[in-house]
Design a protein around this ligand. Structure first.
Ligand SMILES: O=C(O)CCC(=O)C(=O)O
Ligand SMILES: [Fe+2]
Length: 325
């Protein structure tokens, strides 16, 4: 498991967050610029690990920073029940770390159609959530590569935990293509490689139409032949019946076989390599008592897969949807 325990650096890390503006959303560009400077002052152990992950990734497809100093439970606000967060909400430790660590990796990006185009997302359970939503709880949130159907798909999904679920049942699952590929035969790989498959999109990108169908095309495997990238979504990918569907089923099984689970606990920050993995979340039971599971999420783009096409992008930019075709 790719875990870096940063507990010994807590004092230094906390002092970095104290130099960030107190109200992130008032001037998010300014907040993320300040974070960029602070990202140059991370302990070497942390910055070196982040830089190496950013350059070459790893086998697991994720990196977990553990032991970040989250607020004591009695100082944390209650878990949100609505989105987006109020502009005046004060800086939270885990949001501060998402800023600094995210800026070490690349550029925070908002997606205009998603969560009112905000950059920071609260992830919390909601009664009656749509089955594809991160607000689900009692049901499995199935494997997805985040926005695999979006031309400007994020390179990283960062999830930081302020509260775990009461019973600590919720597991975030990551399936890595570097591991899964070894379980696939040549024929299956050939069938999946550079082969566009019909793909539906998440509700936010459907333009208010209930079922626009498979409006995107996604390649399950693409990029470097020896070390391919992955586009896989168990709910949205709709391969043609026959050989394509059979190959996707084999890929799906291989991803299940290599899946690793992480129980996110307060002070954890999970970096998911979104071009080489698919992720999911197992069911858990909310109590609706203000202390339910609470994660903070940001999306990071880098130029490694051409996700910064203009060269003039800034951390905090909000971009619009073009489906992969
Ligand atoms: O709740 C989790 O652990 C993951 C949810 C998820 O897939 C996401 O927020 O992108
Ligand atoms: Fe996700």
């Amino acid at each position: 498991m790719a875990i870096l325990d940063v507990t010994e650096h807590q004092d230094l890390l906390l002092s970095l967050t104290s130099r960030l503006p107190a109200v992130p959303r008032q001037d998010l560009y300014g907040f993320l610029d300040a974070a960029h400077k602070l990202a140059q002052e991370l302990p070497y152990e942390v910055s070196d690990t982040l830089d190496a992950f950013n350059q070459v990734g790893n086998e697991d497809g994720y990196l977990l920073l553990r032991g970040l100093p989250v607020e004591p439970e009695d100082e944390l606000p209650t878990t949100p029940t609505s989105t987006p967060a109020p502009v005046e909400r004060g800086r939270l430790n885990m949001e501060a770390f998402l800023a600094i660590i995210g800026r070490r990796l690349g550029l925070h990006t908002g997606y205009a159609e998603l969560r009112s185009g905000t950059v920071y997302h609260d992830v919390y359970p909601s009664p009656g959530a749509h089955h594809l939503s991160s607000e689900t709880s009692e049901t499995l949130l199935e494997f997805h590569t985040e926005m695999a159907y979006h031309t400007l798909q994020p390179n990283y999904v960062l999830l930081a935990c302020s509260r775990a679920d009461h019973e600590r049942k919720a597991q975030t699952l990551v399936g890595s293509i570097r591991k899964a590929l070894r379980l696939l035969d040549e024929e299956t790989i050939d069938r999946l490689y550079d082969a566009k498959q019909p793909c539906e999109v998440d509700v936010a990108f459907r333009g208010g139409i209930e079922d626009p169908g498979a409006i995107a095309k996604v390649k399950p495997l693409y990029g470097p032949q020896e070390d391919p990238l992955l586009g896989y979504d168990r709910e949205l990918l709709k391969p043609h019946e026959g050989a394509d569907a059979e190959a996707v089923a084999k890929l799906s099984q291989a991803l299940d076989d290599v899946t690793e689970g992480v129980f996110l606990t307060p002070g954890d920050l999970l970096i998911i390599d979104n071009f080489r993995t698919t992720h999911a979340r197992t069911p858990f039971s909310p109590r609706w008592d203000g202390k339910d599971r609470w994660l903070h999420r940001v999306y990071i783009r880098t130029n490694s897969q051409g996700q910064l096409p203009t060269g003039g992008e800034r951390a905090g930019d909000v971009i619009t949807f073009t489906p992969r075709r």
